[in-house]
Structures are given as structure tokens and as C-alpha cells.
Design a protein around this ligand. Structure first.
Ligand SMILES: C[S@@+](CC[C@H](N)C(=O)[O-])C[C@H]1O[C@@H](n2cnc3c(N)ncnc32)[C@H](O)[C@@H]1O
Length: 394
């Protein structure tokens, strides 16, 4: 299987502008890793990456999703009540001005970002101000928005697609496959019409026991679809035992209740056959594609079975994400762990983001994380942030 580094070279060759923006972000990120991480004060001066869980609303119910899946923590909550707490476009614009020059990448997700009211207006503003504006979407609203997306020069869209029609729709909802494919085609048509390279389009496939057997065929079928990359996300899964251990640990160290791990204790990792999946991944990576295929995390193929069967085995360690990134929740709460809105370090309705980034709670969290075994809290072992930014140990 290819390493991250060989894929980075491929990305550089195929998309120099995108690579340039990422390269700048990575330099800032490495500064935070090499310098700020070791500051005794727990302060950090870098914020190249801001992620926005911009809305709690979603039109799909993906089975393995930590929010609205089988054990999702937003499941059963009154969506409209949650939605009444969202942040205004004006506050987001103000925040964008605040971090301009510091932030390199904005990454919008949700819920489904297109369900945020006036999303196109906000995206247009942010895209003009921030070097790399990107959106993770379920792809079902792309067709009707293709013209605006290309016109406004979004830099990246990451489109979730988990299989061909039968598999994808079983996981994500009826009709979603067809709408995603129509959306991708509409974006490609609009890019051609405007003679534009933007947005760079990636497909993200999240692996579960529902789709892993069909991955290689999906990878092959996406050749010629105008993608800049196909990211294979091995998925976040947690066991009840790890979750309980985590809850006890953060209660003791941070005096915080942390129930959101429950969304990822859904069992969709169970039964994945490591030997079979190893061969499938190798086939997917060996295929002569027209875009890089990136497995996140890069992993020794012989260990793929362990990834799903022994959820306690670390794959990456020493999380440094809180030294260079924050996630803003739909209600304005700021936290470091994007999938776990449990430990809140501030709210953008009350303070500026840089104040929050170095609030007392933020510094305490960094200190606890740094002093924890292998620089991780118990539930971090399969978190996607550690998979992307952590130090490889498997
Ligand atoms: C929560 S969704 C929000 C954005 C948008 N609604 C979408 O579906 O792309 C963000 C990403 O998380 C992925 N995802 C869902 N369940 C996951 C899990 N258990 N582990 C890791 N990623 C997961 C989705 O497939 C999607 O690519």
C-alpha cells in the first residue's frame, strides 16, 4: 500500500495549486507540533485549520454515523430545537475576518452543510477570504448548487460515497447514490463550461462491515470522474469498554462528562475479515487510476484486521490537533475533538476565537492530553483527527 508521502507527491504533480495551499497549512501545523506543543503554558499561536460543524440537520441517516446513525447521539433529539441555536451568517463573517491571515483551511461539515440557511452566501464570503475553503457533503444537493459552487471558486468538496447504488443506499438512504453521481456530473459540466479547475473534488468512502467487500470495484469505477483524490476512511469505531474507561478518565482529569463516544459504539466494525480486506485494499491501490487513492490512516496491510477487531490497539499516537485546530459546533461551542463536542473551551457568541484557543480550559486540556499515556485519551484511538495528524505507531 502506498504511504502518505508517495500520495503527497502525486497530489503535488496533479494539483500544484492545491498542494501549495496544503503545504502552507502543513508548515504552520508543523510549527505548532514542533514548538507550541512543548510550551509549558499550554498556549498555542497557530490556527491553520478550523472545522465547522455548521448545522445539526441532515437529510440522510447513515447507519455508522456518530450523530444520527444506529447509536447516534443526536438521534431522537428535536432537530428543529437544536437548529434554533445555530450561529448567524453575520457572526461567521465576523469570525472569518478575525482569523484571516491565521487560518489556512476552513472545512465545513455537519450534519449536512447545505441545510444551513444561506449556506451559498456564507460559502461565497469565506471562499473569498480564506486560502482553502472546503466542504464535506453527502453530495445530494450538488446538482442544484453546481453553478454557484464553481462560480464562487470553492477550493475543495469532499463527497461521501460508500458504494454502488444498492450498498450506498442501504447505508446512507434511498436515492442518495443517484443524486451524488448526478451532482458530480453537474460539477464537472460546470467546471468545463467555465474552464475552471475548481473546486477540487474528492470522494470519501467510509468503511464499515456493510461495504468493505465492494471497495476495489468502487475505486475502479470512479476513474474518469474528475476527482483529485479518493479518500478511503477506515472509520471511527469504539467499544463500550473503551468508552467507559474514557468517561472515567476525563471525569477525573477534566471534570467533564463525555457521552458522545456512544455514537461510535455501533458495531459496524464487527466481522470485517482482515485477510480479505487487506487484499481488497491492495487491489484498490494497485489499480492504475487517474487520481491518487489515499487510505486514512495509512496502515501496515497485515494489521488491518487488528484495526477493526482490537479497537484498543493504537494506530497513531501523540495527538497534537489541539495545538493547531479547533472545531466550532453549530451552537457556537468550540472544542478540540471534532466528533466529540463534550469538552467545551468557549463559545464564539461570547469571545473571539483566539481568546478561546488560549482560554484556561483550552490550556488545561492540552496539558492533560500531553501528559496522558502516549499523548492520547482512551477514546482517541480511532478518532479521525489522530488518524490524519497523529504519529504512526502501527
Ligand atoms: C458526519 S458526515 C457530515 C458531512 C456530510 N453530511 C456527509 O455525509 O459527508 C462527515 C463524514 O463522516 C463520515 N462518517 C460517518 N460515520 C463515520 C464513522 N463511524 N467513522 C468515521 N467517519 C464516519 C461520513 O461518511 C462523512 O464522510
Amino acid at each position: 500500500m502506498k504511504t502518505n508521502y508517495s500520495v503527497i507527491l502525486q497530489i503535488f504533480r496533479s494539483n500544484p495549486v492545491m498542494a501549495w495551499h496544503f503545504g502552507r497549512g502543513f508548515l504552520k501545523l508543523h510549527r505548532a507540533k514542533l514548538i507550541d506543543y512543548f510550551r509549558p503554558s499550554g498556549k498555542s499561536s497557530q490556527l491553520p485549520l478550523i472545522t465547522f460543524k455548521i448545522t445539526p440537520l441532515c437529510n440522510l441517516r447513515c447507519v455508522m454515523c456518530g450523530q444520527r446513525g444506529k447509536t447516534g447521539t443526536l438521534k431522537g433529539k428535536d432537530a428543529l430545537e437544536e437548529n434554533s441555536t445555530i450561529i448567524s451568517v453575520e457572526r461567521y463573517k465576523e469570525l472569518t475576518r478575525e482569523v484571516k491571515g491565521k487560518a489556512q483551511i476552513f472545512y465545513m461539515w455537519g450534519g449536512e452543510p447545505f441545510l444551513y440557511p444561506n449556506f451559498i452566501e456564507l460559502a461565497r464570503f469565506m471562499s473569498n477570504e480564506i486560502p482553502f475553503f472546503s466542504v464535506n457533503t453527502n453530495g445530494t444537493f450538488l446538482k442544484e448548487n453546481a453553478e454557484a459552487i464553481v462560480r464562487d471558486k470553492w477550493k475543495g468538496i469532499l463527497i461521501s460515497l460508500d458504494g454502488f447504488e444498492d450498498v450506498n443506499d442501504k447505508i446512507r438512504g434511498k436515492g442518495s447514490y443517484r443524486r451524488v453521481i448526478e451532482g458530480i456530473d453537474a460539477i464537472n459540466a460546470e467546471k468545463k463550461k467555465r474552464n475552471s479547475d475548481l473546486p477540487y473534488m474528492a470522494v470519501v468512502t467510509t468503511i464499515s462491515n456493510q461495504n468493505y467487500l465492494y471497495l476495489a470495484d468502487l475505486v475502479k469505477a470512479l476513474k474518469g470522474k474528475g476527482l483529485c483524490t479518493h479518500a478511503i476512511n477506515l472509520g471511527t469505531y469504539i467499544s463500550e469498554k473503551i468508552g467507559q474507561e474514557h468517561s472515567a478518565y476525563v471525569k477525573e482529569k477534566l471534570d467533564t462528562d463525555w457521552p458522545h463516544w456512544k455514537g461510535f459504539a455501533n458495531g459496524y466494525n464487527e466481522g470485517i475479515d482482515g485477510e480479505k480486506f487487506k487484499k481488497i485494499l491492495q487491489e484498490a491501490h494497485a489499480f492504475n487510476n487517474d487520481h491518487p487513492v489515499l487510505t486514512i490512516p495509512v496502515i501496515n496491510p497485515d494489521k488491518i484486521g487488528l484495526y477493526y477487531s482490537e479497537l484498543d490497539t493504537p494506530v497513531r499516537d501523540y495527538c497534537k490537533a489541539p495545538w493547531f485546530s479547533v472545531n466550532i459546533n453549530y451552537n457556537g461551542d468550540v472544542h478540540f475533538c471534532a466528533d466529540y463536542p463534550d469538552y467545551v473551551i468557549g463559545n464564539i457568541k461570547d469571545n473571539s476565537l483566539m481568546e478561546i484557543m488560549n482560554s484556561e480550559k483550552a490550556r488545561k486540556f492540552r496539558k492533560v492530553l500531553r501528559e496522558s499515556p502516549r499523548g492520547l485519551l482512551p477514546a482517541c484511538k480511532r478518532c479521525y483527527q489522530i488518524m490524519i495528524f497523529g504519529h504512526r505507531c502501527m
